[in-house]
Design a protein around this ligand. Structure first.
Ligand code: ADP
Ligand code: ASP
Ligand code: MG
Length: 452
């Protein structure tokens, strides 16, 4: 039995939290592989610090170094601390070199390099804390493991095949030998050997990639809530924990805003039928949520509701566009350049509307402007909208469900700007003004979620 255990930022955010994590790892049966995020706040600190370069370099290094040494100092005895300092100084030296490298700072992947530093140090601390507790452990970076990535800056995807063959050579021998590898989450390496991050929150995805590569039997995502909940507990305080979900439900919710899992976490484990558990590192006695292929159907209407804010609708008007699929294809090609994510598409006779992130609108409009007036009559942009993703068992098969949901939306005095139903067999997605989205989710949750 091989279990990949991923610990998020808050789970490794303090010496006390790390101590709890050491216990959780040691209590786990069978062979284990650990993937960690940076200590909480560190990635934000690095991203902000990168903006202050080169002037802010000394300050950045000093604070970064201090935060990690302080945490390690509270966890490790003198002998282990001495060993830790040796490894720490080597990694710190590399970090300083990156900060000094003026030529690299001009490159498109420089922020990937800086922001991936936190994981290199949290993994080192945890590895030494495990050794302090008597376990055999090795701290491995994504470079050491051969976790390969490709794609644009700050939004890499793993090369699953290459990663599997590299990790089989570089990591499996440790696991077979009973050593616990502690691996950096959040980033992989490009073919030129430089880091590429998987997007914020990417350590969940890293862990799923590691589980896939090592053909693990189980992936555990240890975080700061009891499991996958019926809504974000920060918005809905009485959100309830879901005991069991299937891969599609979790994938839709994560993609459309449930921050508990990085949007791309599910696919690497789904394709290898590896079950995933979401568990609370602050309450290890709680069983958490299990996500797998099948689960028993239930009769409650909604299981969970997620929301994604800061979106915009770009509506493109062109006479009888529905009869010119080649024109629609040209428009989509322009929008999708630079790997822009399109969250929803809706068409009518003369309009095609796209739901995209607001940050992408400017670049999309400039690309659309390169199309001629024969393609496009008018473009309208509606900003400040949010998408609601409602997941449930009987959404598409039960008569009147949509009517009930939209009646609830009306109660929240929200106008529905766009709808996507039928694209997935588990979810109903719709767009409302951002100012009303919290009320919509609150009303839907209170009326239709039973939980458990
Ligand atoms: P970690 O640092 O462990 O990766 P994150 O902060 O990335 O943790 O994710 C956990 C947070 O996700 C929770 O604290 C919670 O506020 C938020 N969240 C959003 N939607 C959900 C949901 N449906 N279920 C559980 N947590 C959710
Ligand atoms: N440390 C990274 C972040 O803050 C990755 C992660 O936490 O999953 O985004
Ligand atoms: Mg996270």
């Amino acid at each position: 039995m091989i279990t990949v255990m991923k610990f998020g930022g808050t789970s490794v955010g303090s010496p006390e939290a790390l101590q709890r994590v050491v216990k959780i790892i040691l209590n786990e049966e069978g062979k284990k592989i650990v993937v960690v995020s940076a200590m909480s706040g560190i990635t934000n600190f690095l991203v902000k610090g990168a903006e202050s370069l080169p002037d802010g370099k000394t300050d950045l290094v000093k604070k970064f170094e201090q935060m990690h040494i302080d945490a390690a100092g509270q966890l490790l005895g003198a002998e282990q601390m001495g060993k830790f300092r040796k490894d720490f100084d080597i990694r710190m030296e590399k970090f300083r070199e990156i900060l000094e490298d003026r030529a690299a700072s001009e490159g498109p992947y420089y922020i990937d390099n800086i922001s991936s530093q936190g994981e290199r140090f949290s993994s080192l601390i945890l590895c030494h804390a495990l050794r302090e507790a008597g376990a055999r452990s090795v701290a491995l970076t994504s470079e050491d493991c051969g976790i390969y990535a490709e794609g644009r800056p700050l939004s890499g995807s793993a090369d699953l095949k290459k990663t599997e063959s590299m990790m089989t050579i570089k990591v499996k021998p440790y696991v077979d030998d009973g050593v616990i590898p502690v691996i950096t989450g959040f980033y992989g390496v490009k073919s030129d050997g430089l880091p590429l991050t998987f997007g914020r929150g990417g350590s969940d995805y890293s862990a799923a990639v590691v589980a896939n590569a090592m053909n693990a039997d189980l992936l555990e995502i240890w975080t700061d809530v009891d499991g996958f909940m019926s809504a974000d507990p920060r918005i809905i305080p009485d959100a309830v924990k879901i005991d069991e979900m299937n891969f599609s439900e979790a994938a839709e919710l994560a993609y459309f805003g449930a921050k508990v899992l990085h949007p791309r976490t599910i696919e690497p484990v789904r394709i290898k039928h590896i079950p995933l558990k979401v568990r609370n590192s602050f309450k290890p006695e709680e069983p958490g949520t299990i996500i797998h292929h099948l689960r028993k159907p239930r009769d409650d209407m909604l299981r969970s509701v997620a929301l994604k804010t800061d979106l915009s609708i770009i509506a493109i008007n062109s006479a009888e566009i529905a009869f010119y699929p080649d024109m629609v294809a040209r428009i989509i090609e322009k929008i999708a350049e630079n790997e822009v994510v399109i969250y929803s598409i809706s068409t009518s006779l003369s309009t095609v509307a796209f739901l995209v992130h607001s940050n992408d609108v400017k670049s999309i409009l400039s690309r659309l402007n390169t199309l001629g007036p024969e393609d496009i009559d008018r473009i309208e942009v509606k900003n400040d909208v949010a998408l609601v993703c409602a997941v449930g068992d009987n959404l598409l098969s039960k008569c009147g469900v949509s009517a009930e949901i939209f009646t609830a939306v009306k109660e929240a005095r929200a106008n529905v700007e766009m709808i996507s139903e039928g694209a997935s067999d588990v979810s109903l997605n719709f767009v409302v003004p951002m100012a009303r989205v919290t009320d919509v989710v609150k009303i839907l949750h209170s009326k239709y979620v039973r939980g458990g």
